[in-house]
Design a protein around this ligand. Structure first.
Ligand code: ATP
Ligand code: MG
Length: 137
């Protein structure tokens, strides 16, 4: 069974959208395998978004991810990586389709509420970065 890492970024927590967003993953039929609230350190943010180092939005992205608590989740289910990406919508909230999380609740490119692993390989790396094996059920 596939697992994927989902983050509800600081804007989701600040805007009180945590419950609404978690409900969407639950209703799809995914199983919750891990959940915690994290005040993300600069070090963790750098590791998580290492692939974007050097891009013009990198520093701003790190400031955003460390600006307040983030909810880290592991969801499990059939095709979980792709299913979650579809539920999230495309990166830019202005372009994501209605019915998706970003399409319904986000207008920004950066402040787009959620992160989701983009491959099974990256999911394994990201889950290990955010959770210890004992924290997963
Ligand atoms: P995520 O990795 O957070 O799930 P994603 O895979 O849809 O999002 P990426 O290209 O990996 O998008 O970008 C990572 C994050 O960086 C985006 O979610 C967004 O918060 C921010 N970002 C991406 N592109 C831009 C941009 N052009 N300007 C500002 N922020 C951006
Ligand atoms: Mg990404």
């Amino acid at each position: 069974m596939q697992r994927t890492l989902i983050l509800l970024k600081p804007d989701a927590v600040q805007r009180r959208l945590v419950g609404d967003i978690i409900t969407r993953f639950e209703r799809k039929g995914l199983r919750l395998a891990g959940l915690k609230l994290v005040q993300v350190s600069r070090e963790l943010a750098e590791k998580h978004y290492a692939v974007h180092k050097g891009k013009p939005f990198y520093e701003s992205l790190l400031t955003f991810l460390t600006s307040g608590p983030t909810v880290a989740l592991v969801w499990e289910g059939r095709e979980a990586v792709a299913v979650c990406r579809n539920l999230m919508g495309v990166t830019d909230g202005a372009k994501s389709a209605p019915g998706t999380i970003r399409g319904d609740f986000a207008l920004s490119v950066q402040n787009n509420l959620v992160h989701g692993s983009d491959s099974t390989e990256n999911a394994a790396i990201e889950i290990a970065l955010w959770f210890t094996p004992e924290e997963l059920v």
